[in-house]
Design a protein around this ligand. Structure first.
Ligand code: ATP
Length: 333
């Protein structure tokens, strides 16, 4: 059987890390058919839109995609390609993961964190308006229906991953209506999952506890904006933004991608860390039931990081993207 997967190389370091991830996936021995499609800067050049219909059609047909980071083109007058993908594909939940690996300079030796970020609403829906010449407003839009969906998704995910607890984060003491709906909906959903412990923490308290390593948490459920910030935070806690990995989920498709962005300052130099992209590929494999292959990749990554011979600059080494990718492939047994 061959898996057909839509591939978006993306922008910046995407051109280096996506080919690296495909090389690793091919080395699992599974059979893949890559369906290369465009989004971001290249799509604007070729189709005059950040996400052409052909890309959406490909992903809806394959139901699976692996993507690199995309340049946010809002400053150039285009809609954000990531927001377009989420809207057009109905991706309502973004899962961001990061874990501690031996050999990586992080004091958080027990970290294995999962953040589920609501992905459709909140101020990131992009409803902004100028008020006079020197002021502007952004609308924070939160619905019970979507909050319940993402909460149910989170508790199901916690069960599937064998996690014990979901911590809801919010700021409902200030944003009583919007974050209030999110919190109440998540607490309502929790009642249907008596096997999973559930608590709630204010976002500022959550941030403090995360960097203080005093957070006893498995899975964090967050509204869109807080979840975006926490995703980078958990990757940083685990030693590098280059190590965070994840996926976006909707009823019709799942799109896997690393936590970091396009890193334009290092793009084109062949020095980007491909591990976030590679682990996103492993997460895709696990999602389609290829647990063994996913584990093989994760173990190979762990082994390369532990040995420390081929580390990229963000991890304190001098290895190139190709060096670390080849080292991971050599460890895949
Ligand atoms: P964008 O505008 O797309 O968000 P950015 O550079 O502002 O790009 P990130 O791409 O998330 O934000 O990265 C911030 C910094 O973290 C980068 O400049 C780079 O130094 C480092 N970084 C991120 N990802 C990687 C990676 N995969 N390998 C090495 N360094 C990385």
């Amino acid at each position: 059987m061959s898996y057909k997967i839509s591939i978006i190389e993306g922008d910046g370091i995407g051109h280096e890390i996506v080919p690296a991830a495909l090389k690793v996936l091919e080395h699992t021995g599974l059979s893949f058919e890559w369906d290369f499609v465009l989004a971001g800067e290249k799509a604007v050049e070729e189709y005059q839109t950040p996400v052409p219909d052909s890309t959406i059609e490909s992903i809806l047909s394959n139901k699976l995609a692996l993507k690199g980071p995309l340049t946010n083109l809002v400053a150039r007058g285009w809609p954000s390609p990531n927001v377009m993908l989420r809207k057009n594909l109905g991706l309502f939940a973004a899962v961001k993961r990061a874990r501690y690996f031996e050999g990586v300079g992080s004091p958080f030796k027990n970290a294995d964190l999962v953040v589920v970020r609501e992905a459709k609403e909140d101020t990131y829906a992009g409803a902004e308006q100028q008020v006079g010449s020197d002021a502007a407003i952004a609308i924070k839009f939160i619905t019970k229906e979507n909050s319940l969906n993402v909460a149910n998704f989170t508790f199901d995910l916690a069960r599937r991953l064998g996690r014990k607890k979901v911590s809801i984060t919010h700021k409902a003491n200030v944003l009583k209506l919007t974050d209030g709906i999110f919190l109440k909906s998540a607490q309502e959903a929790a009642k249907n999952y008596p096997d999973i412990e559930c608590d709630s923490l204010m976002i500022d308290h959550m941030a403090f506890k995360l960097v203080n390593d005093s957070l006893d948490c498995d899975v964090i459920l967050a509204p869109n904006v807080y979840g975006d910030i926490l995703a980078d935070l958990i990757a940083g806690i685990c030693g590098s933004l280059g190590l965070g990995f994840g996926g976006n989920f909707g009823p019709e498709a799942a799109v896997f991608e690393p936590v970091h962005g396009t890193a334009p300052t290092i793009a084109g130099q062949g020095i980007a860390n491909p591990i976030g992209e590679i682990l996103s590929g492993a997460m895709l494999l696990s999602y389609i039931g290829e647990e063994q292959a996913a584990k093989t990749i994760e173990n190979a990554v762990a082994s390369v990081l532990k040995k420390g011979e081929f580390l990229t600059g963000d991890l304190g080494g001098t290895a190139s993207t190709n060096d670390i990718t080849d080292a991971i492939i050599r460890e895949m047994k």
